[in-house]
Design a protein around this ligand. Sequence first.
Ligand code: ZN
Length: 162
Amino acid sequence: MNKYNLTIPHIRRSSHLSQPLKKAFSKPEKIAHIGIAVHSIEKSLPFYTEQLGLTLEKIEDVQSEHVKVAFIKIGESRIELLEPISERSAIDKFLKKKGEGIHHIALEVKDIEQRLRDLKTNGIRLINEEPKIGGNDAKVAFLHPKSTHGVLYELCEHTKEE
Ligand code: ZN
C-alpha cells in the first residue's frame, strides 16, 4: 500500500476531449532534438562545446524559419540552437517576449503528412497543416501549444538516415 493510500481514478474521456489516434501508428521514435532560442550562436555555442564537451555537428541557415541553426549531437538526439536572422522569425518574437530558453521539443516520426491529417481530424490544433522543410532537410510541422498542454511540439521526419 502506498503512503497516501491513493486510488488512481480511471480517467474518463469526456466528449469535448480530443479523440485518440485511430490509426495504428508507429510511436515517435525518439526526441529528434530540443530547440533552444538564443540571441547568438557564436556566444552560446562555447557553453555546449567547451563546458559540456558536446560536439557541434553543423551550422546552417533555415530560410523557411528565418533562423540560423546549430545542431549539437547528444546521444541519439540533438540540441538545436536557434538564432533569428530576421525580425520575421518566430524566434525573434520569442526572444523579445521571453528571452533565451527552451523553445520546442521535436519528435521523430514516420508518415508525417498522414499523422498531421489525423491529428487535425481529432481536433488537435496545428500550426502547420502541411510539413515544410526544416533543418537537416527534414520535413517538419509544429503543433499548437494550446492543444498539447503548453508544449510547442515539432514533428520531424528525416527522409535519409543519419
Ligand atoms: Zn526544431
